[in-house]
Write a protein that binds this ligand. Sequence first.
Ligand code: NAP
Ligand code: ZN
Length: 336
Amino acid sequence: MKVAVCYEPKKPLVIEERPVPEIGEEEVLIKVHYCGVCHSDLHIVDGDWADWVSYPTIPGHEVVGIAVKVGSKVKNVKEGDPVGVPWLYSSCEVCDYCVEGEEPLCPNHEITGITKQGGYAEYMVAHGRFVAKIPEKLDLAYAAPLFCAGLTVYSALRHMEVKPDDLVAVQGVGGLGHLAIQYAKAMGAKVVAISHSSNKKETALSLGADYFIDTSTSDPAEELKKLGGADIIISTVFDSKAIQPLISGLAPKGRLCVVGAASEPLLVSPFELLAKRLVITGSAIGGRKLLRETLEFSADLGIKPLVEIFPFEQVNEVLDRLRKGNINLRAVLKMV
Ligand code: NAP
Ligand code: ZN
């Protein structure tokens, strides 16, 4: 089978042949049909997380395909089922976090594409209890981005307990952000898209945003204040300096939830926090229950990512386009 290997950061991935892996009794062999290209893959390839990612690694954690071999102890999936694998490859299943359905907080979880082979490959082995069946209504190519981009922002919005008529601002109209706009709208919120790309206005509005704030020409906090202040901001960008100016745009009791993997500290005024009783928090991916919900919610409400589909062999060109912000709006690799 063909796989794309990241041998060391900042170098192109190498496409090479490997034997199709064997499975254990609790595992599933997936013939990968599509794999979404998340910006987290680019952080891995560019060495942004080199202090905790070990190389070589085969990235890819928005994996969808068909279960072609199923271990004897796997109960939730059978051969021929369309299935997908998220970032959370597996977790211990017995710690308090796992038992309450918060598997991403498990200290012993494995990560698809980092600690386990990911989906930039023709086949991958998955943990039987952590693959998700894909609802019939979802087309596989469009289902792939739901396994990370969709799950992450759906979970963040659920953790924020969005109420109808909340003013929800989504910063970054990219892979995660464009799905966040759609979910927030479907949850009944008034949605503000905040972008540093003026050319994304039309797309953001067509996805359901009620307002568009262009940070290249206006002060986002002032613009949010004119709208009464944001009850919730979901920030998907990975630059702390771009996040910081939004905090003053929160309404009293407003909450900022960061999902973009910015590593620089975020400067916050304690006075502003106390005066408006603001909450600043973050959210990472989602557990199995939230993954099922994301897939069902998307299927039931017809929520789809905007995807550009590329042949697997173009993986390095795709990563380069993502690096330059030149993807509309989620790249998906086609493996078959
Ligand atoms: P993406 O498709 O590249 O989208 C990111 C968006 O951020 C861009 O489209 C752009 O939107 C905005 N942006 C880029 N550079 C910027 C800058 N210098 N200043 C301000 N805005 C900028 O990436 P993605 O796949 O959505 O991932 C976004 C981030 O989330 C990454 O850091 C990724 O690692 C992280 N992530 C986190 C989780 C989690 O569990 N929390 C899961 C998946 C991904 P505009 O053009 O509209 O400004
Ligand atoms: Zn991801």
